[in-house]
Design a protein around this ligand. Structure first.
Ligand SMILES: *[C@@H]1O[C@H](CO)[C@@H](O)[C@H](O)[C@H]1NC(C)=O
Ligand SMILES: *[C@@H]1O[C@H](CO)[C@@H](O)[C@H](O)[C@H]1NC(C)=O
Ligand SMILES: *[C@@H]1O[C@H](CO)[C@@H](O)[C@H](O)[C@H]1NC(C)=O
Ligand SMILES: *[C@@H]1O[C@H](CO)[C@@H](O)[C@H](O)[C@H]1NC(C)=O
Ligand SMILES: *[C@@H]1O[C@H](CO)[C@@H](O)[C@H](O)[C@H]1NC(C)=O
Ligand SMILES: *[C@@H]1O[C@H](CO)[C@@H](O)[C@H](O)[C@H]1NC(C)=O
Ligand SMILES: *[C@@H]1O[C@H](CO)[C@@H](O)[C@H](O)[C@H]1NC(C)=O
Length: 803
């Protein structure tokens, strides 16, 4: 009897084992296997059936996504995909081939996507139970694997090395490339940044989370791998073996699926999902970064939400984007996309009807658009502030706080809900059917309470104003402290103090033969070559200042006088000016050898000696502007286009002093500043004051360009190499300076100067302004008068952008 029962049990067990063997594959697929995209297409399962590889139907009708998903949960959550930008039409085919690995073709046989294999030919493909799809060659070497080509999700056991990238999709159900990236930089930092989804190029200034695991002074402490281990913990492994935990909580050991996804809205979240059915079966967040994505002030993009949109943080640290009243979504399906006005603001209406009859404002409380100020005015009250916008056909919104009034153009960027913000935001809209005299026009009480909150608000707003305006990326505005007067301002009208000559417009028209020969074009107008008889020179460069006409005559003369008082051999000399009604022009000496940009990036590389001399010259010129002339001048736009080369190949700084000149207007705005992408110091975008150190930063970038003869941002070079400061620092850190100068033997033979210049440059580009040396120190270090200590990592620890 006992034997019979035992035999029966044995048989049952055998049958069960047999059944299981049939139900399971070993996850392996031979070359030649294929799947056709249809609604009931089979998929390739991993051996325990955890993950599947195959086609998932998209919402986009009759199109499919080649992907990997969790096979055992109803949501079929996708963890990897191949053709996000090119959805595959029905009847497309994916085939495992020997020479190219996975090949996805449309029904006509046209290639949609293929894997890039390393060691061929491929002999099989394996869907692993970890979620990794692996192509192997006959020696069982990995030719390709999905884990090394991540899309927006990382899985336990997956490792991302330095240089690795995870990119968001564009919407929850649209898998084309989105706006955000997670990158492990070569310097060891894990960063989240926004990107241009057209060029797929990271906006390096737009970092909104940084792990702080890069340590220049002790590279062994820098991170080099992002590890998502088997038990679901995510950490950055440092070279010395220590871990920087990103999962800060203790996790239950088993029983959960885990993934980490860079969501389409830019938030990087670790999720868990119970394996066995419990009451709630869904993905729940374990941890997210950043803490508050709405605080992100994007320099080149719209911010966390689209243009004009307002970001508020919802539960789970995810952004909630809403359009202001009178605006609606550009794409109804893209809730995080841009908002567009339901009306048109145009200058064509000018004069026909009074603007007050045509426009009104939506008033928003606790909403701030901290970036992109077109103009900063001081107004007595809210009403004046609104009026200034009403009467400016280009103005789209104003923010009023204290007696400050910030005018903005559309589109607005970085909009956010901020309960600590005490200003009022007024967004202009066109009243189409609303009769005049409606309640919206009534002026609210204008009493301002100067409590702590207001002060906080002012601090917030004042500092947040230093965010570059995207559209006018070559032109942005800043405050009076840029331009701190060390001595009493020159007496009004007193223009004779400097040797400046006052030209008539007619004289300059003749000198330039009707502004015929344009030498260049800046943000403010053209520069023209001319010839006159003066004591200084025969040739002149005449700079037209378009758009500064309404500025007070007195201020114009004061500023011109400040510029006229500067004398230094590394500055371009101002000879005179013209101030005649709407014509405002500056007359400079003419520089025969063009700009440093032409010189450096032209076809013939200037010699190392010439380059070092130029670098020294610029440093001396800046030192003079900062410390030695009677009125301190912060240049605010140091870049190779603003450095000219004279007959003797001396570097001559041009366009200094214009920052202030170009923003004087009827309402006492003090200064303006220009900044150019790639050269602007990070504090422009932070809550820290702007000082002479912004020029030191730009000089550091320029110095690297001079050393390497390469542009600070080179879009033709892919990956981290595109950003000179990142690349240069990596080369410095790894002791591979020779890579920077390529085959420049002269520089190679002058390693001590090269090393010194590199160290100085890295000191100058420190993110923390106080760490940057003064220009005096810079000149001393460059000239070898003082030692150059080893610079710290310019992209420092614990720096979460915009917090
Ligand atoms: C998987 O099974 C197939 C046949 O079912 C076999 O040819 C192949 O060698 C197996 N692969 C592995 C990795 O076990
Ligand atoms: C997905 O988004 C991209 C751009 O972000 C767009 O071009 C494409 O039409 C979208 N696809 C669908 C199906 O909506
Ligand atoms: C699946 O991946 C694990 C971890 O990488 C590895 O140990 C295992 O051999 C893989 N299985 C197959 C069938 O390739
Ligand atoms: C992205 O890059 C393209 C091509 O350079 C450019 O036209 C576009 O304006 C960029 N988009 C943004 C948001 O900067
Ligand atoms: C995963 O990492 C955590 C935290 O570093 C550690 O406690 C745990 O032992 C690791 N698990 C495995 C399987 O290595
Ligand atoms: C998003 O914000 C809007 C307006 O404040 C609110 O009505 C909505 O409930 C919010 N949505 C979420 C998911 O928080
Ligand atoms: C100007 O206002 C009048 C009455 O207020 C209105 O009839 C007319 O259409 C307006 N014109 C324009 C161009 O809006």
């Amino acid at each position: 009897m006992a034997t019979a029962i035992f035999t029966l049990m044995f048989l049952v067990t055998m049958v069960l084992l047999q059944l299981m063997a049939v139900a399971q594959t070993n996850g392996s697929m031979p070359v030649g296997a294929f799947i056709t995209a249809t609604n009931d297409a089979p998929s390739w399962l991993s051996s325990f059936g955890e993950f599947a590889f195959g086609f998932q139907p998209l919402e986009y009708k009759d199109h499919f996504l080649l992907s990997i998903w969790y096979a055992k949960i109803p949501e079929k959550t996708i963890v990897w995909y191949a053709n996000g930008d090119n959805p595959a039409p029905r009847e497309s085919k994916v085939e495992l081939t020997g020479d190219r690995g996975l090949v996805l073709t449309d029904p006509q046989g046209k290639l949609i996507w293929s894997s890039r294999i390393l060691h061929g030919p491929v002999s099989s493909g394996v869907m692993n139970d970890t979620g990794n799809f692996v192509l192997q060659n006959s020696n069982s070497f990995t030719s390709w694997e999905s884990f090394s080509n991540p899309t927006d999700t990382l899985l336990p056991t997956q490792i991302m090395d330095a240089g690795g990238v995870v990119s968001s999709r564009s919407m929850e159900t649209n898998f084309s490339l989105g706006r955000f990236q997670l990158r492990l930089l070569v310097n060891g930092n894990l960063v989240l940044n926004s990107m241009n989804s057209t060029t797929k190029f990271a906006y390096v200034e737009d970092v909104y989370y940084r792990s702080g695991t890069s340590d220049a002074s002790n590279p062994s402490k820098s991170g080099y791998q992002l590890i998502f281990n088997e038990s679901g913990y995510m950490y950055i492994l440092r070279r010395n073996g220590l871990r920087e935990d990103l999962t800060k909580t203790a996790l239950p050991t088993t029983g959960f699926y885990r993934r980490a996804t860079l969501n389409f809205d830019g938030v990087f979240t670790q999720y868990s999902y119970p394996k066995t059915s419990s009451s709630i079966r869904s993905w729940s967040p374990v941890r997210s970064e950043p803490e508050n994505i709405c605080k992100f002030n994007s320099v080149w993009g719209s911010g966390a939400c689209g243009y004009n949109s307002i970001c508020s943080l919802s539960v789970d640290r995810r952004p909630n984007c809403t359009c202001p009243q009178e605006f609606s979504l550009l794409d109804q399906n893209d809730k995080h996309g841009s908002c567009v006005p339901n009306f048109e603001i145009s200058c064509k209406d000018n004069g026909k009807n009074s603007s007050e009859d045509m426009y009104d404002f939506v008033e928003l409380r606790y909403v701030d658009y901290p970036s992109g100020d077109a103009e900063h005015l001081q107004t007595q009250n809210e009403d004046q502030c609104r009026k200034s916008c009403l009467n400016d056909c280009l103005c789209g919104a104003v923010i009023f706080l204290g007696n400050n009034c910030w005018k903005k153009k559309l589109p607005l960027s970085n909009g956010k809900f901020d309960s600590g913000f005490n200003g009022k935001t007024f967004i202009k809209f066109k009243k189409d059917h609303i009769p005049p005299g409606n309640p919206g026009l009534q002026i609210p009480e204008t009493k301002t309470e100067m409590d702590i909150k207001v002060i906080t608000g002012i601090v917030l707003l004042v500092s947040s104003v230093f965010v570059n305006f995207i559209l006018l990326s070559t032109l942005c505005f800043c405050y009076s402290f840029i331009y701190r007067n060390k001595v009493a301002i020159v007496r009004e009208e007193n223009i004779v103090e400097s040797n400046l000559r006052s030209f008539t417009y007619k004289e300059l028209t003749e000198a330039t033969e009707g502004f015929k020969d344009e030498l260049g074009r800046g943000a403010f107008g053209g520069v023209y070559k001319g010839a006159i008889k003066t004591g200084f020179t025969n040739f002149i460069a005449v700079k037209k200042l378009d758009g500064v006409v309404e500025h007070g005559e007195k201020e114009f003369k004061t500023e011109v006088n400040v510029i006229g008082q500067t004398h230094h051999k590394n500055l371009v000399r101002l000879l005179g000016f013209c101030d005649e009604g709407q014509h405002r022009l500056l007359v400079y000496e003419f520089m025969s050898n063009g700009t440093l940009a032409d010189f450096l990036f032209g076809s013939l590389r200037p010699s190392w000696k010439q380059r070092t001399e130029i670098a020294f010259g610029i440093a001396r010129g800046l030192l003079y502007l900062h410390e030695e002339c009677s009125t301190q001048i912060i240049h605010c736009d140091i870049k190779p286009q603003n450095i000219l080369i004279d007959d003797y190949y001396n570097a001559r700084i041009s366009d200094f002093g214009l920052a202030k000149l170009l923003a004087i207007n009827q309402s006492q705005t003090k200064t303006a500043i220009r900044g150019t992408r790639g050269y602007v110091a990070p504090e422009w975008f932070r809550n820290t004051p702007v000082t002479v150190k912004v020029d030191v930063y730009s000089f550091g970038v320029l110095l690297l360009e001079i050393i390497c003869c390469r542009r600070s941002v080179d879009l033709e070079i892919s990956g981290t190499g595109a950003i000179l400061i990142d690349w240069a620092y990596d080369c410095y850190r790894h002791g591979t300076l020779d890579a920077l100068i390529e085959d420049d033997m002269e520089a190679m033979n002058d390693v001590s100067t090269l090393e010194r210049a590199m160290k100085v440059a890295i000191w100058c580009i420190q993110e923390v302004p106080s760490l940057r040396p003064t220009m005096r120190k810079v000149t001393q270090m460059l000239e070898g008068v003082v030692e150059v200590p080893a610079p710290p990592n310019p992209f420092p620890f614990s720096e979460i952008s915009c917090s």
